[in-house]
Design a binder for this molecule. Structure first.
Ligand SMILES: NC(=[NH2+])NCCC[C@H](N)C(=O)O
Ligand SMILES: [Mn+2]
Ligand SMILES: [Mn+2]
Length: 303
């Protein structure tokens, strides 16, 4: 039986790659579309509407001299537009499914959801922490910074998209699959007391136990759960089409089972799948993996 998740889905593509160090993740939304994500959701019983892409003025991209925030102007603009779009979709009573694009778009997606659901839980599947600030970032790539921005840390032109009184609460975010954290990120996570289930915890506790705790953290005492899924959370053997691969990731069933448990919780209010880079892929294997994961998250196997 289809779980109790909003039955009207709006797909929003965000063809942005300016937050990443490697080009090509702007092709991700279409790669996931061509893998049949809309058909799959319709087969489960959802009403699905594809709203197309958020415009990205890549020719205008600019980095201030001596700044550690690459392409900040265009990234802020795209995320502001995305934030408004996600908010309007939710206001119309629909479920926003955002397809990336690099992970900097989580600033727009999650800030949009936060305008509608003040107390939001976030489950962040990723090999990385994405909690760098311009001060700690080793690369200047903004896709390594969205969690910091959502917590209110970092450049004003990004934090203002979230809004002064709208920041994500550190006790409501939980990481799954971490295995490549910069030293500044480890420090930030410790200082803020954020829950992190690294690959070690998945090995140690098993994915079921990890997810039960994660769903409690993100879902108890909140207005719902958002899933931010970076394809590099998966092992590169099953998701080679992504720009910052790290060995030793989640296997196929761990990832699917994790998302199925979130579907079962019936607390899901929004989701995004990011960092699909068709230029690095093998016959759209990673785009297909994303489309099939969307199915599991939306309850395809709770029959
Ligand atoms: N969304 C991602 N794939 N992020 C990778 C970030 C890599 C590194 N930690 C950085 O800040 O540059
Ligand atoms: Mn990552
Ligand atoms: Mn990421």
């Amino acid at each position: 039986m289809k779980p109790n998740i909003n039955s009207n889905i709006a797909i929003i593509g965000v063809p942005l790659d300016l937050g990443a160090g490697t080009r090509g993740v702007n092709l991700g939304p279409d790669a996931i579309r061509y893998a049949g994500v809309e058909e799959r959701l319709k087969n489960i019983g959802y009403n699905v509407e594809d709203l197309g892409d958020i415009p990205v003025n890549r020719s205008q991209a600019f980095t201030e001299p001596n700044s550690n925030l690459k392409n900040l102007n265009v990234i802020s603009e795209v995320n502001s537009l995305l934030s408004e779009k996600v908010f309007s979709v939710m206001s119309e009573g629909k479920f926003p499914l955002v397809l990336g694009g690099d992970h900097s778009i989580a600033i727009g997606t999650i800030s949009g959801v936060l305008k509608y659901k003040k107390s939001l839980g976030v489950i962040w599947f990723d090999a990385h922490g994405d909690i760098n600030t311009p001060e700690t970032s080793p690369s200047g790539n903004i896709h390594g910074m969205p969690v910091a921005v959502l917590l209110g840390l970092g450049d004003k032109s990004l934090t203002k998209i979230v809004g002064e009184n709208n920041f994500l609460k550190k006790e409501n975010i939980v990481y799954i699959g971490s295995r490549d954290l910069d030293s500044g990120e480890r420090k930030a996570m410790k200082e803020q007391g954020i829950t992190v289930f690294t690959m070690h915890e998945i090995d140690d506790m098993g994915i079921k136990k990890v997810m039960e705790e994660a769903i409690k953290i993100a879902g108890d005492n909140t207005d719902g759960i958002h899933v931010s899924f970076d394809m590099d959370a998966l092992d590169p053997s099953i998701a080679p089409g992504t720009g910052t691969k790290v060995p030793g990731g989640m296997n196929y069933r761990e990832a699917h089972y994790a998302l199925e448990l979130i579907a079962k919780s019936e607390k899901l209010v929004s989701a995004e799948f990011v960092e699909v880079n068709p230029l690095l892929d093998n016959a759209n294997m990673t785009g297909k993996a994303a489309a099939v994961l969307v199915g599991s998250l939306m309850g395809e196997w709770l029959i």
